[in-house]
Design a protein around this ligand. Structure first.
Ligand code: HPA
Length: 276
């Protein structure tokens, strides 16, 4: 057995010894969106601290726990707070929770984040369905391959699953919530980008920039976990406006957008669940 899988099994056994719940859908909540989990019908909560061998987040505003419960009739596990590469964790640690949620039984993964708008047609407060990504951080698959999870050289041609994207797109349309669509680029952070870097990523084809998500999507895809992603454009990226960027601004816009985002996520999860 690979070392990685051994570690995952340990985490899984620890989870199983505490909680009897098999989720169908997994959600990761980004900055400012964490309280979505507080509003669902909760069955159980598991602090990351209480899982042996689990990486624990240090960023303010990120809670660190799994919430298990129901969105509509759909059994979900929600990550309230994620770990980031810029905190100093290895990529293997950053994506461990996603792999663990797959082991818990999740069949679909909905990733959310706060991101900077690179596309000049976007506005702060917009939502963007992630059509594809560019991963500028190290691949989470570097190192020994966990053959138990997936193949050494996995295909990445449909990372954000077409059918799931259709579901989210139609959900937004039916709810009357405007939804942009585009390419997300993951940089390592933690600094925001320079104006020249934003020009570069725009030239590369990115519509939104952030410090998470792509690595998780790669790990999920590797493990055969169908994935869909939505960004909340919390600010326009550096160089588009003259204002310096602050984490407080990112948080504030994400907070403001939260009620609408919650609506979109709730209905999307219900429809994703029906499609399982
Ligand atoms: N850049 C990178 N990550 C981000 C941004 C940004 O402008 N906003 C929110 N996360």
């Amino acid at each position: 057995m690979s070392k990685l899988y051994e570690r995952l099994e340990k985490c899984y056994k620890c989870f199983k010894s505490k909680i009897d719940f098999e989720p169908d859908a997994a959600l990761v909540l980004g900055s400012g969106l964490g309280d979505f989990a507080d509003g669902i019908k909760t069955e159980a909560v598991l602090d990351y601290h209480d899982i042996e061998g689990f990486p624990v987040s240090t960023v303010q505003g990120h809670k660190g726990r799994f919430v298990f419960g129901y969105v509509g009739d759909v059994k979900v596990v929600i990550m309230q707070g994620r770990v980031h590469y810029y905190e100093g964790y290895k990529m293997e640690d950053v994506v461990l929770p996603v792999r663990l949620m797959k082991m818990m039984g999740a069949k679909v993964l909905l990733l959310t984040n706060a991101a900077g708008g690179v596309n000049r047609d976007f506005h702060a407060g917009d939502f963007m369905l992630i059509s594809d990504h560019i991963n500028m951080a190290p691949s989470p698959l570097i190192g020994e391959n966990a053959d138990e999870l997936g193949v050494r050289f996995p295909d990445m041609s449909n990372i954000y699953d077409r059918d799931l994207r259709d579901i989210v797109r139609n959900t937004a349309k039916d709810l009357g919530i405007p939804l942009q669509e585009g390419v997300y680029i993951q940089l390592t952070g933690p600094n925001y980008e320079s104006p020249a870097e934003i020009r570069m990523v725009r030239t590369l084809g990115a519509d939104a920039v952030g410090m998470s998500t792509a690595c998780e999507a790669v790990a999920a895809n590797h493990a055969g976990l169908k994935t869909v992603g939505i960004s909340c454009i919390s600010n326009m990226a550096c160089g588009i406006t003259d204002k310096p960027l602050t984490h407080a601004e990112v948080q504030e816009t994400a907070d403001k957008a939260a009620p609408l985002f919650k609506q979109l996520i709730t209905e999307s999860v219900i429809r994703l669940g029906k499609a399982l």
